[in-house]
Design a protein around this ligand. Structure first.
Ligand code: ASP
Ligand code: MG
Length: 406
């Protein structure tokens, strides 16, 4: 017998037929003797609608009331899923965040789970009952409903799996696993059978939007074995596991891309102590996240160029902040370019092997793709290129690292 948490995303519970299908899928696990807890998202599209309604009434809305409204989508699917399970003759009960309770901090709209009290759930398990948890929601210290940020029901599921000491956390979604790269762009992309937490974190935060990044962090911290799989097809998915569970580590496991960034260059900034703080301080204060940064050495010993990237959605704000600070920063020109893409080659194997970055630069050079910015970490090399070369770069790199399906 195994204890598993099964999480179903918005497309998996998008209508009554799909909810019935979810119940059948859960029944299969129960029938083979497993203890199952279910976590559900809202029906796809519902949360967007709820957010629109909140904004329609109040642009600068009160975050507590936002949470009351947007958490409601999961209440509906939790109840319907419990009913669908009951229709199959199973014992099932829905649980809202406050009923468990799923205790969070007080950051309404993107709260963090602090503790899940599982005593009641475990007592129900013993009676053969299936708990169905409304994902995405919890209870704050102010005794009010909180939500965990968009995509947060993945995090609910992982946190529940950790609290229940589950053997596995299955995330059922509309893709059948994690791919070496986006299969819509590279037809020869392959499904990965296994990937490490660290690689998945890089893939998730580099734009492969399969799992909420925070859920992967939590799984890594608590060593929860995660599986991403399709709720529509009966195929094994991708297991996200610890590094030592993977025997033969590929040098490169995947290639991610993001079109969500924009590049800013400040020309001829004074080259003296405190300048970087002068640029990035006001951006941080305005909650503008900066990703890649390059600063050149100064040829004349007096000025230098500074290039960095911000989220494309923050570009206008970032430019405005920097223009306002122009007199103190003392730069000669500011250029902003939203037409860039970041391509990242990811793999834990590169910790112990050289040459991954060189190959990336060679391949891009051969395709005459200019690299604008480079950044690296232990398990990742990222480059910024002109957006129009995204597809070409992905395909060429995918082949060059031997990732193409045969
Ligand atoms: N329904 C919420 C959202 O769309 C949470 C989730 O689906 O993970 O963000
Ligand atoms: Mg999701």
């Amino acid at each position: 017998m195994a204890r598993i948490v099964m999480k179903f995303g918005g497309t998996s519970v998008a209508n009554l037929d799909r909810i019935r299908h979810v119940a059948q899928r859960v029944k299969r696990e129960v029938d083979i003797g497993n203890e199952v807890a279910v976590v559900v998202s809202a029906m796809s599209g519902t949360t967007n609608q709820l957010v629109d309604w909140v904004r329609g009434i109040s642009v600068l809305h009160d975050a507590r009331e936002y949470d009351v409204v947007v958490a409601s989508g999961e209440q509906v699917t939790a109840g319907l899923t419990a009913l669908a399970l009951q229709e199959l003759g199973l014992s099932a009960r829905s649980w809202l965040g406050w009923q468990v309770p799923v205790m969070t901090d007080g950051v309404h709209g993107k709260a963090r789970i602090e503790e899940i009290q599982t005593a009641d759930l475990i007592a129900r398990f013993a009676q053969g009952q299936i708990p169905v948890l409304a994902g995405f929601q919890g209870l704050g210290p102010d005794n009010r409903i909180t939500t965990l940020g968009r995509g947060g029901s993945d995090t609910s599921a992982v946190a529940l799996a950790a609290a229940l000491n589950a053997d596995r956390c299955d995330i059922f979604t509309d893709v059948d696993g994690v791919y070496t790269t986006d299969p819509r762009i590279v037809a020869k992309a392959r499904k990965l059978h296994r990937i490490t937490y660290e690689e998945m974190l890089e893939m998730a935060s580099q734009g492969a939007k399969v799992l909420q990044t925070r859920s992967v962090e939590l799984a890594m911290k608590h060593r929860v074995r995660l599986q991403v799989l399709s709720s529509f097809e009966d195929l094994p998915g991708t297991l996200v596991v610890d590094e030592d569970e993977i025997m033969e580590q590929e040098l490169v496991s995947g290639i991610a891309y993001s079109r969500d960034e924009a590049k800013i260059t400040l020309r001829q900034v004074a080259d003296r102590p405190g300048v970087a703080a002068g640029i990035f301080g006001p951006l941080a204060e305005a909650s503008v996240n900066v990703d890649m940064i390059v600063q050149n050495i100064s040829a004349d010993g007096k000025t230098t160029d500074m290039t960095f990237t911000v989220a494309r959605t923050d570009l206008d704000r970032a430019v405005k902040i920097l223009e306002e600070a122009r007199s103190t920063l003392d730069y000669v020109a500011l250029t902003a370019d939203p037409t860039v893409a970041k391509i990242s080659v990811i793999g834990v194997g590169m910790r112990s092997h050289a040459g991954v970055a060189r190959k990336m630069f060679e391949v891009l050079g051969q395709k005459r793709i200019n690299i604008q910015v480079i950044s690296t970490s232990e398990i990742k090399v990222s480059v910024l290129i002109a957006e129009e070369y995204t597809e070409l770069a992905l395909r060429a790199l995918h082949s060059a690292y031997g990732l193409d399906a045969s």
